[in-house]
Ligand binder design. Structure first.
Ligand code: IDP
Ligand code: MG
Length: 138
C-alpha cells in the first residue's frame, strides 16, 4: 500500500467552503480517491489522532480546533502518494507554503492550515485505518 496517503480537509477549510476547490486540486494533481467520509471528530478522537504531538505546547488547542466542526477524511492513491501529497499541500505554516500549494491558497494560520497529509507510508496506513474499515480501504 505504498502508493497511498491519508488526508483530512480540516474544520476551517470545510467551514469556509473550500471542500470543492481542494478536491479539484487533488484531482488535478492525479490522485484517485479510494475512500472518503464527511464526519465530525469528537475531542477524544482528535486527541487520539494527534497523540504523537501530546507533549507539544499546541496540542490542547489543536484538539479543540480539530473537533470544532466537520471534516472530510479521505484515502488517496497515486504513485509516490505520501511525498507528492506533502508537496501539493505545502509547509505546515501557510506563510512558508509555496505559491499554489493548498495551504498557501486556503489555510488561515499555522494551526488552521486547511489540510492534513500523512508523513510516511506507515502513518498513511495507520491513519486511514482510524477512519475506514478494511472493506472500505480495499
Ligand atoms: P503537518 O500537519 O504539516 O504534518 P505537524 O508538525 O505534524 O504538521 O503538526 C500537526 C498539526 O498541528 C499541524 O498541521 C497544525 O494544524 C498544528 N500545528 C503544528 N505546529 C503548530 C504550531 O506551532 N502552532 C499551532 N499549531 C501547530
Ligand atoms: Mg504531521
Amino acid at each position: 500500500m505504498t502508493n497511498r496517503t491519508f488526508t483530512m480537509i480540516k474544520p476551517d477549510a470545510v467551514a469556509n467552503g473550500h471542500i470543492g476547490p481542494i478536491l479539484a486540486k487533488i484531482n488535478e494533481a492525479g490522485f484517485r480517491i479510494v475512500a472518503m467520509k464527511y464526519t465530525h471528530l469528537e475531542p477524544e478522537k482528535a486527541g487520539f489522532f494527534y497523540a504523537v504531538h501530546k507533549e507539544r505546547p499546541f496540542y490542547k488547542d489543536l484538539v479543540k480546533y480539530m473537533s470544532s466542526g466537520p471534516i472530510v477524511a479521505a484515502i488517496l492513491e497515486k504513485e509516490n502518494a505520501v511525498e507528492d501529497f506533502r508537496k501539493l499541500i505545502g509547509a505546515t505554516d501557510p506563510s512558508k507554503a509555496a505559491p499554489g500549494t493548498i495551504r498557501n491558497l486556503f489555510a488561515k494560520s499555522i494551526e488552521a492550515n486547511a489540510v492534513h497529509g500523512s508523513d510516511s507510508d506507515e502513518n498513511a496506513e495507520i491513519e486511514g485505518s482510524f477512519f475506514f474499515s478494511q472493506m472500505e480501504r480495499f
